[in-house]
Design a protein around this ligand. Structure first.
Ligand code: ZN
Length: 216
């Protein structure tokens, strides 16, 4: 069961105290997506994954943690000019701002996660153009080198980002000859390459990719 919890936080940028809400507990039933987006109920808890200072607009997983950004930076930071329009989801906007903050703080893995979470928020809002921009941002901040234990799984997640960002040929070129020690990853990659050849940008679960009864 999903349980929110409220607490007081002092913003490390402007010093304002505010009540923030986080996630005390949640659960997940079913298969994650191919990019490891969790199933419900955790899937619908993203608005509790980040905190926003109501005074200066600083966004972080914990706004009391120190950062390189300051009030002037937060006033000037804007969304990608390439969108031509704003995000259709406030949550996507906030995750993208958190992505930029992580870049400013040289937190590459957190930047990667934040861009991916921005993409998920765009997906939920039906904001396809900005979802692609967010996935390309995640690809640009893809952590490298990776911790060895995470390497293969994250490398496969990267392929899903590429397919859903319409980088079909790049995906096929890069992954066609790659083989993993875990057979499930080879099955997922065979599915990804098949879908890339069909120019399919759909959202699929791991279960759908490895099941003989694949979604058509
Ligand atoms: Zn603040």
């Amino acid at each position: 069961m999903t349980m929110p919890v409220s607490f007081l936080r002092k913003c490390s940028v402007c010093g304002t105290e505010s009540i923030q809400t986080g996630l005390a507990s949640t659960n997940r039933f079913g298969s994650p997506d191919l990019d490891l987006r969790p199933p419900e109920m955790m899937r619908s808890t993203m608005h509790w994954w980040i905190q926003e200072c109501p005074c200066c607009g600083y966004i972080a997983s914990d706004i009391s943690e120190p950062t390189n950004v300051d009030i002037e930076w937060l006033k000037l930071v804007h969304l990608p000019a390439s969108t031509g329009k704003g995000f259709q989801s406030d949550l996507a906007h906030n995750f993208y701002k958190y992505y930029l903050t992580n870049l400013a703080d040289h937190k590459q893995e957190d930047a990667f996660d934040a861009a991916q979470h921005a993409a998920w928020s765009c997906d939920d809002a039906g904001d396809r153009d900005n979802a692609i921009i967010c996935r390309k941002a995640a690809l640009a901040s893809y952590p490298h080198p990776l911790p060895p234990e995470d390497n293969d799984a994250l490398y496969v997640v990267r392929a899903d980002l590429m397919r859903r960002a319409e980088l079909f040929d790049d995906l096929i070129d890069e992954y066609s000859r790659v083989r993993f020690s875990e057979e499930i990853l080879n099955q997922v990659m065979a599915f990804q390459i098949e879908k890339a050849k069909e120019h399919d940008t759909g959202c699929y679960t791991v279960e759908e990719a490895v099941s003989p009864l694949k979604k058509q």
